[in-house]
Design a protein around this ligand. Structure first.
Ligand SMILES: [Zn+2]
Length: 260
């Protein structure tokens, strides 16, 4: 059976082996044992399982393998289909994609050989979000127009949308007033709601609200049109995501590297 997916986690095992997690096209996460996956050896081969690389992996009948855990599949053959060459050499871009991989692992569903339905596409939107995110970070770096906050906010808007936990951006969650008619609006990360200026206090989040709406509508290939955001807005979305999944942002290692 053939699987394709993006490397979101890898752990060296024994001298030369590797255990990798791939976010597959169906949006589930497959775990693979790769003999010799660390590269090296007589010919000093480099590993092809870089974080963020798109891999194609062949798994033979599990029963004949030594490792029988249903979540860990043994990779018989592999091929790298894509890798972002610029991402590896830009420290901010690298931290950013590491944050994406960490975030994804907080909610992703494991693929189980023989039990999960590989053809089920219910979660494939998550794969699209990540693959587009990586591809267009690479694109921006190649054009020397990479802005981490632009990519991060757009990624989070798309991800929250696919997870079905996007805040209501149309009406005040307390009184039902249309938010676009309200000059002042507030975002409440704990509940992921917007309120009008009458119903709560705080800084004005109208610009943030408009950018979320814009992010919804912006196709990934048009990411350059998504302007004006900043780390503080991305942070609000991360706070909200963490609240939904009962996490604290400090639990995301790459978060503290990006937001210091
Ligand atoms: Zn209100």
């Amino acid at each position: 059976m053939v699987f394709e997916g993006l490397v979101i986690h890898k752990v060296p095992y024994k001298d030369r082996d590797l255990i990798v997690k791939l976010l597959m096209r169906n949006g589930l996460v497959g775990s693979f044992y790769v003999y010799g996956g660390q590269g090296g050896g007589k010919h000093h081969k480099p590993t092809v399982f870089e974080l963020g690389a798109m891999m194609k992996v062949l798994v033979r009948d599990q029963k004949s393998q030594r490792i029988e855990a249903s979540e860990l599949m043994v990779c018989a053959e592999h091929q790298r289909l894509w890798v972002g060459d610029h991402i590896r050499y830009d420290v901010h871009a690298y931290y950013l994609v590491c944050l994406y991989f960490e975030v994804l692992q907080k909610f992703s569903i494991p693929y189980q050989f023989g039990t999960s339905d590989y053809q089920n596409e219910d979660h494939s939107g998550i794969f699209s979000v990540l693959s587009n995110a990586l591809f267009y970070i690479e694109d921006a770096l190649a054009k020397k127009r990479f802005e981490a906050q632009q990519h991060l906010t757009l990624f989070l808007v798309k991800l929250l949308f696919h997870l079905g936990i996007m805040p209501d951006t149309d009406t005040c969650s307390y009184c039902g007033t249309g938010l676009l008619e309200s000059e002042v609006v507030h975002f409440l990360p704990a509940s992921g709601q917007f309120s009008c200026g009458q119903c709560s206090q705080g800084e004005n989040d109208k610009g943030f609200l408009l950018r979320i709406k814009k992010g919804y509508q912006t196709k990934y290939q048009d990411y350059e049109l998504f302007k004006g955001t900043n780390f503080s807005e991305a942070d609000k979305l991360i706070q909200y995501f963490c609240h939904q999944y009962h996490l604290r942002p400090v639990e995301l290692k790459a978060y503290s590297l990006l937001f210091k």
